[in-house]
Design a protein around this ligand. Structure first.
Ligand SMILES: Cc1cc2nc3c(=O)[nH]c(=O)nc-3n(C[C@H](O)[C@H](O)[C@H](O)COP(=O)(O)OP(=O)(O)OC[C@H]3O[C@@H](n4cnc5c(N)ncnc54)[C@H](O)[C@@H]3O)c2cc1C
Length: 239
């Protein structure tokens, strides 16, 4: 079964130029577009299919600090705050709710790993706690389905709705002036004197300097097929 995804209309024509072209209309591409446009940058986003038609509508929607590499924890905390703010920024719901996340452990060894993680992560502001089996049942308000020995739980992590979140942010980006072309694949990048000069798309050429490559799993393929010499002197984000 395919996920239900909120449809985002395409703009009709590709502008001749923009400050930045973004390749890919998943969560990375549309968030980059939103925040660049909020800073007054003119942005064109091209998407070969539809907005959020790939990974960004097929995930579980978790927005979590729990179990992250410790180096990622400050970013994950900042991300949760941002997800809280989206409805105000966008005047639209992303389905985000701080419903809490629980990692169940089936062995003492797993619990030991969670304790080790918690010791490292807690000084960074994580509010997670270890639950014993009785506390798990109290939290789930039901009998445990498995033979769990314990669990790591945080009440402040949450989840968004993948089918609506990326589309809502895309519409927010459009309201800030971003031009979005769907069914419009980027085919390659042109350079002049070693610098990025334009992006070639299925609907023509757009003159730009930095290009953000946010093509998800396709990024590697795009890099390999692009005739330009690496590294180029523009912004590159491999999604
Ligand atoms: C089963 C599963 C569960 C997951 N669960 C979670 C979770 O709970 N929480 C979490 O944070 N993450 C989760 N993830 C990971 C998350 O989904 C991805 O990290 C995220 O969606 C990646 O976004 P993206 O924008 O980089 O890529 P994508 O969403 O794949 O977007 C890339 C876009 O680029 C387009 N594109 C590609 N090539 C071109 C081209 N040449 N021209 C124009 N457009 C192009 C594609 O069509 C696509 O729409 C999960 C992933 C999976 C698969």
């Amino acid at each position: 079964m395919y996920p239900l995804i909120t449809h985002v209309d395409s703009d009709h024509s590709l502008p001749e130029s923009a400050d930045v072209v973004i390749i890919g209309g998943g969560i990375v591409g549309v968030c980059t577009a939103y925040f660049l446009a909020a800073r007054g940058v003119s942005v064109v986003l091209v998407e070969k299919s539809g907005i959020a038609h790939e990974q960004s509508s097929r995930n579980w929607g978790w927005v979590r600090t729990l179990g992250r590499d410790v180096a990622e924890v400050p970013l994950a905390i900042a991300s949760l705050k941002l997800w809280d703010e989206w409805p105000t920024r966008l005047k639209h719901d992303t389905g985000f709710t701080r419903a809490g996340i629980l990692y169940a452990c089936e062995s003492e060894q797993e619990i030991g790993n969670k304790v080790a993680w918690l010791e490292q992560a807690r000084p960074l502001g994580i509010d997670a706690q270890l639950l014993d089996p009785a506390q798990i049942e109290a939290r789930l308000q039901s009998k445990m389905p498995g033979s769990w020995k314990g669990a790591l739980f945080t009440a402040t992590d949450g989840r968004a709705e993948p089918g609506i979140a990326t589309a809502a942010i895309a519409e927010g980006a459009r309201a800030l002036g971003v031009k979005m072309l769907t069914r419009c694949a980027a085919r390659g990048i042109e350079t002049e004197a070693g610098r990025v000069s334009s992006v070639i798309t299925e609907r023509g050429e757009n003159k730009c300097k930095p290009v953000v490559l946010a093509a998800g799993a396709w990024s590697g393929l795009f890099c390999c097929s692009s005739p330009m010499t690496w590294p180029w002197s523009g912004t590159l984000l491999i999604g």
